[in-house]
Design a protein around this ligand. Sequence first.
Ligand code: DOR
Length: 439
Amino acid sequence: MTSYDLILRGGRCVLPWGEEEVDVGVRAGRVAAIGDLRMAAAAEVVDCKGLHVLPGLIDPHVHLRDPGDAAVETIETGTRAAILGGLTAVFDMPNTSPPITGQAALEAKRAYVKGRAWCDIGFYVGAARSNIGALAALEANEDVCAIKVFAGSSTGDLMVEDDASLERVMRSGRRRIAYHSEDEYRLQERKPLYAAGGPHRLHAEWRDVECAFLGTRRLMALARETGRPAHILHVSTAEELGYLKDFRDVATVEVLVNHLSQTDEAYDRLGGYAVMNPPIRDARHKEAAWAAVRDGTVDCIGSDHAPHSRAAKERPWPATAAGLTGVQTLVPLMLDHVNAGRLSLGRLVDLMAAGPARVYGAVGKGRLAAGYDADFTVVDMKRARTIEESWIVSPCGWTPFAGQRVTGWPVMTVLRGHVAMREDSVQGAPEGRPVSFHG
Ligand code: DOR
């Protein structure tokens, strides 16, 4: 009799070719069979009747702050949040303290995550003016998802903002580069206008549409000229989304769940807990983001999980720290959008599994298909639940989505064949590993 380590029985599986109610057999951490496995034996069988089985969802944009401030977040807590929230991998940003900009820091981080990460993890390496010559070698590390360029300033001091240096970055190496696109010169030019402070909604005036759009126009010109593929992170304006459709030869696009879920009314409701870069904007941009999800402009959705202490979030604007937590709430919020009819479950999987795997070249991830890693996000599309702050495991302890009722919830997370989360309970040991990327 054929035997497996694990069989997921009778779930509605979101396969690359459509949805089917089938069994999934796992052997040695990989998908071994998809079909009717009633005659097979297994060490463990999980009844998934009435549930949807998705390929493991990935958050390609998190800031886990480690090394940094353990009172805010660590690799252990951030990846625990990810597993609880239904994610099987996260790609972690380099603006830690100290930042990840060299081989030694990367190797230290790789060694450190062993035995501490609950989900799989990919590493960004930050570009700085001082390491441009080393970027080609750095991006060749198997577990590096991409070089990250802050072309405009945000948290930390990683930045490459001038065209000559950006062009040097693009000519050093060949893989897709991920960009924070806001024009630093315009940001600095407008900063004095807001020095006196004021309501949090001024954040979106200071970092206006033109800041982001100008940044993206400059990056696209350089990407075309150098032929270097670009991934524009957290695209936040209707203008950029329109523009980027003409750059599919060089550019892929990420949109954040925040920009799909919130508008500028959030500033009045949440104060500093609505402040992030690029900012939350008015409804016109949110509608444009949904249109871009529907017409295929968007490749990936991320959370930009960027925890800060409550004290830093509560400083009066413009001293308010920019960044919102989100790794634990990403999947519930997106499932709620599916239930509200804003996208299909198939498109969600395209954006949150296949998309990041394709954009970054993750090996064995992104598809529920034979031979791929046995990473699954099992969801109950009917489960209604309120997002509560007590559920959040990031030590900073807050979410901008507290009190929001959603329908659709991750009930089980399977990481390379072992059940890592079931019904709010994390199981086993932290067995997350570095993700491998095609060079
Ligand atoms: O709001 C943000 N916070 N945007 C970023 O680009 C960085 C992030 C952080 O690290 O706090």
